[in-house]
Design a binder for this molecule. Structure first.
Ligand SMILES: [Zn+2]
Length: 275
């Protein structure tokens, strides 16, 4: 028997096929090149010994149903019910940040973690007394869609003022398009001297500090873990946050807090395996 773990983000779909006494087989393809449902079905048809499928999904998921996905074009439906009715497998699916948090939980002694992820989008997840805080319908801690300030374009969620529009990979691309300037790395943006670049970078950093401080002030974690592709590619963001967070978060909440970068490659996929 084998097991299939999938992490579908705004940019990449990563998977790992795990079979007994065999090396795991990993795959990475652009997430827009295939629908999640089609990918799962093609894997189940090719590898008929798969008994369990676990999916880390970059969007809102409640009890097997994909509720919304700001950065992935996917129809709203109950993928668990659909796949389990058609194939002899069990399928588990959860939000990608919750999955990443499951992976982070295995690397630390604390039971109080706030995870802030900056990748294609911005997301967060909170661990309290060792359990993931989920809300009534598994939709809590959507920090990326908290209002920050008005932007001249729309977020994937339909609003125009989300933190994610200022501090995420997709948000930066929207600003480059808006100002008609070429795409650049965050590192290049930070050192660029044009007024547009300075404006975009200043807003990026303020949104990052707002998100981090909100998590620290509202969730009162012992660890704030910074993760996601943008943080992995720009590890210096950790010190930028540490230097200025005192101006944004409550001092008492900062007193016993550790801020650190995630040390896990593909934490969401690792978390999917833990589902
Ligand atoms: Zn939004």
């Amino acid at each position: 028997m084998s097991k299939l773990a999938i992490d579908i983000g705004g940019t990449w779909l990563r998977s790992e096929l795990i079979a007994e006494r065999k090396e795991p087989v990993q795959e990475k393809i652009p997430s827009h090149s295939v629908s999640l449902e089609a990918y799962v079905e093609s894997m189940l048809q090719t590898h008929t010994d798969i008994s369990e499928v676990a999916i880390s999904f970059a969007g809102q998921v409640d009890d097997g149903t994909i509720v919304s996905a700001p950065n992935i074009a996917v129809k709203e439906y109950n993928i668990k019910k659909y796949i389990e009715s058609k194939y002899p497998v069990t399928l588990k699916i959860d939000n990608d940040l919750n999955c990443a948090l499951l992976a982070e939980r295995t690397r630390t002694k604390t039971a109080f973690i706030a995870l802030l992820s900056i990748g294609t989008g911005m997301g967060s997840a909170v661990l309290e007394k060792g359990s993931i805080v989920r809300g009534a319908h598994n939709l809590s801690w959507e920090i990326g869609h908290v209002p920050f300030r008005d932007a001249p374009f729309q977020c994937g969620c339909g609003k125009h003022n989300c933190l994610e529009l200022f501090c995420s990979g997709s948000g930066l691309e929207k600003w480059y398009t808006y100002y008609g300037i070429p795409s650049m790395t965050l590192e290049a943006l930070r050192s660029a001297k044009t007024s547009e670049a300075m404006q975009i970078y200043t807003a990026f950093k303020e949104a990052l500090l707002h998100a981090a401080a909100s998590l620290i002030t509202l969730a009162n974690p012992e660890e704030l873990v910074l993760g996601g592709g943008v943080v992995q590619a720009n590890p210096w963001l950790e010190s930028e946050v540490k230097e200025e967070i005192g101006d944004y978060a409550l001092a008492s909440n900062l007193a016993q807090l550790t801020i650190r970068k995630s040390t896990i490659q593909n934490a969401s996929l690792e978390g999917a395996k833990l589902l």
